[in-house]
Design a protein around this ligand. Structure first.
Ligand code: GUN
Length: 297
């Protein structure tokens, strides 16, 4: 078994992006006639969900490592939907190249309603329906950060997807649904035969599917949903889950101890998909900034 080291790959993407940004800034006077400002990202956080606080810190640190300015905008959890919407509209018109509204939002706010108001051009999470639609039909779009990160991880380790059988467990709009579509698309990383399952898939059917899979992606949010008896020898296992065990330790959706003995490649939790999500977000921000000023790279 070999580890898909998301932390290492993410760090290498951040440092490569940092180099590209500096090069663009340095040469912009020559290439476009004036010196451009570095990219900037804003992060909106509502309330103080501990997991969200951790993710947001990681995102800001990644900005720092890649030479992107970042600003955290905090709101009390009692903010009205109207006031949050007003902030989103201001950010749409601001100098920021991209921004995110960290989820989950308090239950009195309709998250979809907020996401739908984010300018598709600044939607670095890739959650807006326009970006989702473009991504689905293979057009250039802001890609959802986690699936984008997973593609980059597979690409880094040169894991073939063309013609392979991929089973995705979980059908969320953030991960399961978009990664199923992206891996089925006719791209360099894609062209796979994808089966989409979720927690409603009968156990016998799920086992049958995963045992035939070359790549299994698990994004359910439930511990030990994938066990060693469910895969064949050499399977590539991508664990998107983030859970806590009885001792409070961070664990994924995969029974790592046993599955790792049989898998060909596996992502650890933490240090697998998590850092790659952040890398996806940074790449979207960089691409948004670059497309504003530079025609070709
Ligand atoms: N909450 C959990 N993951 C994410 C993410 O990728 N983006 C946002 N905005 N909120 C999240």
């Amino acid at each position: 078994m070999r580890i898909l080291d998301g932390k290492m790959v993410s760090d290498s993407i951040l440092s490569e992006t940092s180099g590209r940004i500096e090069r663009h800034i340095e040469t912009s006077k020559e290439t476009i006639g004036y010196t451009v400002k570095r990219p900037a990202m804003a992060i909106v956080i509502v309330g103080s969900n501990p997991a969200s606080e951790t993710y947001v810190r990681a995102k800001m640190k990644a900005c720092e490592k890649s030479g992107i300015d970042s600003k955290l905008i905090r709101f009390d959890e009692n903010i009205t939907a109207y006031d949050l919407l007003t902030e989103v509209k201001q950010l749409n018109k601001s100098h920021f190249d991209g921004f995110i509204v960290q989820l989950p939002l308090p239950s009195h706010i309709d998250a979809d309603g907020i996401i739908n108001e984010i300018s598709a051009y600044k939607d670095i999470d890739g959650f807006h329906p326009l970006n989702f639609g473009k991504m689905s039909i293979g057009q250039k779009a802001m890609r959802p950060a986690t699936p984008y990160g997973i593609l980059k991880l597979l690409q880094y380790y040169q894991i073939e997807t063309k013609g392979k059988k991929v089973v995705v467990i979980g059908r969320s709009n953030l991960v399961g649904k978009p990664i199923s579509i992206m891996l089925g698309n006719d791209f360099e990383i894609g062209r796979a035969t994808v089966t989409s399952c979720d927690i409603n898939t009968p156990k016998e059917l799920l086992d049958e599917e995963t045992r035939r899979a070359d790549i299994v992606i698990v994004a359910v949010g439930k511990r030990n949903i994938l066990t060693a008896d469910m895969i064949k020898e050499g399977t590539v296992v991508i664990d998107v889950g983030i859970n806590r065990d009885e001792g409070g330790k961070l664990v994924g959706d995969v029974d790592f101890e046993n599955v790792s003995k049989k898998a060909g490649w596996i992502t650890p939790v933490p240090g697998g998909v998590g850092p790659m999500t952040v890398a996806g977000l940074i790449l979207n921000t960089y691409e948004s900034w670059k497309s504003k000023y530079f025609i070709n790279e």
